[in-house]
Design a protein around this ligand. Structure first.
Ligand code: NAD
Length: 463
């Protein structure tokens, strides 16, 4: 499958920007029926083109079909459809009853006003999911949008440019393809909201561009998501299996992938032995070359990971094979020192450093000395230990006793905090991102009985 990704010209970008503004102004996207129809069309597009999407992601990163269907197509088709079902409820003006008695006749109401034309910039690792999760919210909210798939997954980007105009209103949703020059042009233009998913370096470029127009933003970023093993209070074999599965998904190229393990020193060896056992159970003759195990997306990311493999001073416990075709086997390191190369940036690949800790407080301190992670995983059955992490750490999400599964739970907000991002998404939370909560009151003449006291003449008379 060859990628024929055509970049959008700067003139076409200007046209797309103008068109989505014109369509929004014309009121096309306001009727709830239009929004529901678009959401159902999006679900239909994903269902009718499953094979083509699977093939595109296989060509881009050898993403296993099961992963594409389970984590890209199914959740987006389901959430798009479910959002259409929920829309009447979400979009209804909200009457606020909890006001003082003397304000009750003022009809205090929150209108869910669509913000306007949105810019959505997606990354390559979940190139379908992360393009459409924000679009679902934007369409539900009654916004128009320009969506920018990642050029790092070119087969997907080309397919989206072909499919989206066939299924969605092409005057309301436009696909722009390209790399830095095209995205830079998009960012120079004025939008009602920018929704960026990707790394924190580019997030700073996006933020600076948004600041020029005072544009509100959602930043869905990444970072190093730690896993804490409380060895005395957890089933170590089960924990190892659940962690390894979460780490092997898309070969570790996942924003919420377990980045490093903190395990109490007494259980480090047993935990690593269980990880290795789980790996041998999953892949008796290794994961490399298997259809159910992804490649690294590009030569530059592959080289970055090979460099890390060279630079680390940590002891390798198992794994470490590479195939020269962008395949890297899951590779686990033990007794990793806090200043090791593996603990510097987000790994975003199948390397897994294990760091022993002496006391639970040491583990808490280790996490708190670093930027707020997107996800924090804690394996323990002890309620007090759970509460310790609730009360003493901060992360985008906090997951006990599994990894990755938080992405399934569409009715909980998904977000980073601090360095891992801000603003949230998933179903109603994405809808909320793209609406302005427009406060409204309507003061009846009878309110003069109370408001009359504010006028100067009367105030003076009673003084
Ligand atoms: P990427 O390289 O595809 O970049 C993301 C987007 O930014 C692309 O559309 C790209 O064209 C654009 N871009 C790149 N350089 C730019 C520049 N100089 N100016 C303007 N735009 C530019 O993807 P990535 O950043 O490598 O994605 C991986 C990162 O995203 C990881 O850090 C990961 O943790 C994070 N991520 C976060 C989430 C989340 O929901 N929180 C989900 C997935 C990935």
């Amino acid at each position: 499958m060859s990628s024929t990704l055509k970049y959008t010209s700067l003139e076409e970008i200007a046209f797309a920007h103008e068109l989505v503004h014109k369509t929004f102004k014309a009121g096309t996207t306001r009727p709830l029926e239009w929004r529901k129809q678009q959401l159902r069309q999006l679900a239909r597009m994903l269902r009718e083109n499953e094979d083509a999407i699977v093939a595109a992601l296989q060509a881009d990163m050898k993403k296993p079909a099961l992963e594409t269907i389970s984590f890209e197509i199914n959740p987006m088709a389901e959430r798009s459809f479910a959002s259409a079902e929920m829309l009447d409820q979400w979009a209804q003006p909200e009457r606020v009853e909890d006001v003082p008695d003397w304000q009750k006749s003022w009809a205090p109401t929150i209108h869910k006003a669509p913000k306007g034309p949105a810019l959505i910039i997606a990354p390559w690792n979940f190139p379908v999911h992360l393009l459409f999760e924000p679009l679902i919210g934007a369409l539900a909210a009654g916004c128009t949008a320009v969506i920018k798939p990642s050029e790092v997954a070119p087969h997907n980007a080309a397919l989206m440019a072909e499919l989206v105009p066939k299924y969605l209103d092409h005057s309301a949703v436009r696909v722009v393809n390209g790399s830095v020059p095209e995205t830079t042009r998009l960012l120079e233009l004025k939008w009602a909201h920018i929704f960026y998913t990707g790394n924190s370096k580019v997030a700073r470029i996006v933020s600076a561009a948004a600041a020029k127009h005072l544009t509100p933003m959602t930043l869905e970023l990444g970072g190093k998501s730690p896993v804490v093993i409380d060895g005395a209070h957890t089933d170590i074999a089960l924990a190892a299996k659940r962690i390894l599965w979460g780490k092997m998904n898309n070969a570790g190229q996942v924003c919420v992938a377990p980045d490093y393990i903190l395990v109490d020193r007494a259980h480090q060896d047993a935990f690593v032995a269980s990880l290795e056992e789980a790996y041998r159970d999953f892949y008796p003759d290794g994961a490399l070359g298997k259809v159910s195990y992804a490649d690294i997306v590009s030569q530059s990311h592959y080289d970055r990971l090979l460099k890390l493999l060279k630079e680390t001073h940590a002891k390798k416990a198992f794994g470490g094979k590479v195939d020269g075709h962008r395949g890297i086997e899951p590779t686990v390191f033990t007794n990793v020192a806090a200043d090791d190369a593996l603990l510097e940036g987000e790994i975003f690949g199948p390397l897994l450093p294990v760091v022993p800790y002496d006391t639970l407080q040491d583990a808490v301190d280790f996490i708190n000395e670093r930027p707020n992670p997107l996800s924090l995983y804690v394996f323990t059955d002890d309620q007090d230990v759970k509460q310790t992490f609730v009360d003493n750490t901060l992360s985008g999400g906090l997951i006990f006793n599994d990894t990755f599964t938080q992405l399934y739970v569409g009715n909980l907000p998904f977000s980073g905090v601090g360095e891992s991002g801000n603003g949230s998404q998933h179903m109603k939370y994405t809808f909320d991102t793209f609406v302005h909560n427009r406060a409204s009151i309507d003061i009846p003449p009878e309110a003069e009985a109370i408001l009359g006291a504010r006028y100067p003449a009367l105030a003076a008379a009673s003084a």
